[in-house]
Design a protein around this ligand. Structure first.
Ligand SMILES: Cc1ncc(COP(=O)(O)O)c(C=O)c1O
Length: 213
């Protein structure tokens, strides 16, 4: 098969589950801020994998670390200690000033993990497990994360997991009105993205933190 945007787009359409509406462009190479598609066209990448490739494409340090680790050991079960997991966890704990970290594979998985931690803590203190989220929020595409967000992502996937409440973004009074011993957590994006780059008022997060405490 000839490698081209058109051919790859067609094969993708035939074989990959259509969970995203994709552009008919297949990227095959990247360096720093530059990307090249399968037809050889060069781009300046202003998207960066939706703001996550923060050191650019194929940064030499990242490439070297992956190559070295892949040649050494790729996977062991969670039943055993991993030296790289140990050193990364220690680094993150030191930087963040937190007690412990948990490593995940995606944003949605991180949010799911946070919900489980919050509910486990709440239940062990005799409290309920409700979670307050914001209208027009986005926290991922797993079942619990779509339960926190917009109706359009829930369509066709019901019944939704229970215990999720919603209030308007940037309205602390609305959050306060729902706080009770049945609530385990509040989840809020400091800057909403899907709702159109909406920023929280200054002081909201520290007030919400005090409310949680
Ligand atoms: C605010 C926010 N939370 C969670 C997620 C989910 O992250 P992931 O796609 O890595 O599961 C996203 C993804 O765009 C996001 O924008």
């Amino acid at each position: 098969m000839e490698i081209s945007n058109r051919n790859l787009y067609q094969l993708d359409k035939e074989n990959y589950l259509p969970t995203f509406k994709r552009f008919p462009i297949a990227f095959i190479k990247g360096t720093g801020s530059r990307l090249w598609d399968a037809d050889g066209k060069e781009y300046i990448d202003m998207l960066a994998g939706i703001a996550v490739n923060s050191v650019g494409h194929c940064h030499p340090t990242v490439v070297k670390a992956i190559q070295e680790q892949a040649a050494e050991l790729i996977h062991v079960s969670n039943f055993f200690v991993s030296p790289t997991q140990v050193s990364l966890s220690k680094l993150l704990v030191d930087i963040a000033g937190l007690e412990r970290v948990f490593l995940t594979n995606s944003g949605a998985e991180s949010v799911e993990g946070a919900f489980k931690i919050a509910r486990k803590y709440a239940h062990s203190h005799g409290r309920g497990g409700k979670i307050i989220s914001m209208k027009n929020s986005f926290h991922g595409r797993t079942l619990a994360t779509i339960a926190t967000g917009q109706k359009k992502y829930q369509k066709g996937f019901g019944p939704m997991p229970s215990g999720f409440l919603q209030v308007p973004f940037n309205n602390l009074e609305a959050v306060k009105a729902l706080i009770s011993d049945k609530v385990a957590a509040i989840i809020v994006e400091p800057v909403q993205g899907e709702a159109g780059a909406r920023v929280l008022d200054e002081g909201y997060l520290s007030a919400a933190y005090i409310l949680c405490k």
